[in-house]
Design a protein around this ligand. Structure first.
Ligand code: ZN
Length: 299
């Protein structure tokens, strides 16, 4: 086997996807481990990588793109840990320490959406750009940002799914589903929010259902905010809800409406359909995000 091999983990609330990926982004092996307890889930991931190292060769580094909140600031006391999470048993799990000790290789670690933003900037829909935002809109809502070619951290990492949005007229009666804020972006527009509001799973709502008009409206409000805050050169929308691709034209039109001509960029005004886009890496944004984080840790 020529070239380096990277381990990648896409850690989610229901499953951890583990993969071995070569330098050319070919996925040589992949498996799924259910998210149960940290001991069982991380232990199964570790066993998988150890077994694959025997078959394929030593990994150069491992990258973990994980659900949060987490501490991805190198040098911080809690670096490498998942922080206070409502997910039972996972708070203060030292994910990086566990793999570093067991595999003896550099381990990169960041949020799933920061990983996906990085992968899209390196190889996908944001190739060559220095500033972009990646949103996942599905079971939860999260946003990751690349600012000046660096994944954005600050006090912690952005929590773009939890910004509060103005209510769209007619939706005042819905309380929202976020356990912390009720009607934040995630509370109003995640898949579970759609299911709670309309009494049926989001994926069973028909194309002409008023749910989608409302959904596009909240997404556009959030994008208007992020455009004004971070001035990204492109916005990439992934996640289960966005597999309803007819949402895109509605989001384009509504985002332009909420911006109301204030941002005078021709990139937005003349090409909104290539400004707010689907992930270039398709469903592989997440797992290649882990690989991108592994490469960073190895450099
Ligand atoms: Zn919230």
């Amino acid at each position: 086997m020529n070239g380096k091999l990277f381990g990648s983990v896409e850690g989610g609330g229901t499953k951890f996807v583990c993969a071995v990926i070569d330098e050319q982004n070919r996925i040589l092996a992949e498996t799924r481990v259910p998210t149960t307890t940290p001991g069982l889930t991380l232990g199964a991931c570790l066993d998988y990588f150890k077994q694959k190292e025997l078959l394929l060769g030593k990994l150069s580094a491992l990258g973990i793109a994980c659900f949060g909140p987490l501490d991805a600031r190198r040098g911080s006391l809690d670096y490498g840990q998942i922080l206070a999470t409502p997910k039972a048993g996972w708070a203060y799990t030292d994910v990086v320490g566990f793999f570093e000790l067991a595999l003896g290789i550099p381990v990169g670690f960041d949020t799933d959406v920061n990983g996906a933003a990085l992968a899209e900037a390196l190889w996908g829909a944001g190739k060559g750009l220095s500033d972009l935002v990646y949103f996942t809109i599905g079971t939860g809502i999260g946003g990751g940002a690349l600012v000046n070619r660096e994944v954005l951290h600050g006090l912690m990492h952005p929590e773009m799914g939890h910004v509060r949005l103005p209510r769209i007229s007619g939706d005042e009666g819905f309380a929202g589903v976020c356990p912390f804020h009720g009607d934040c972006f995630e509370g109003l527009a995640s898949g579970p929010a759609m299911a709670a509001r309309w009494g049926q799973p989001a994926e069973t709502l028909e194309r002409g259902h008023p749910a989608w008009e409302l959904e596009a409206g909240y997404i556009a409000l959030a994008l208007q905010g992020v455009i004004c805050t971070l001035a990204p050169q492109r916005i990439i929308l992934g996640g289960g809800v966005m597999s309803a691709d007819f949402l895109f034209p509605m989001i384009w039109q509504k985002t332009l409406g909420y911006l109301n001509g204030y941002i005078r960029s021709s990139v937005i005004l003349d090409g909104i359909e290539s400004y707010i886009v689907v992930p270039g890496l398709g469903r592989q944004s997440g797992i290649l995000g882990g690989k991108a984080l592994g490469e960073l840790a190895d450099s």
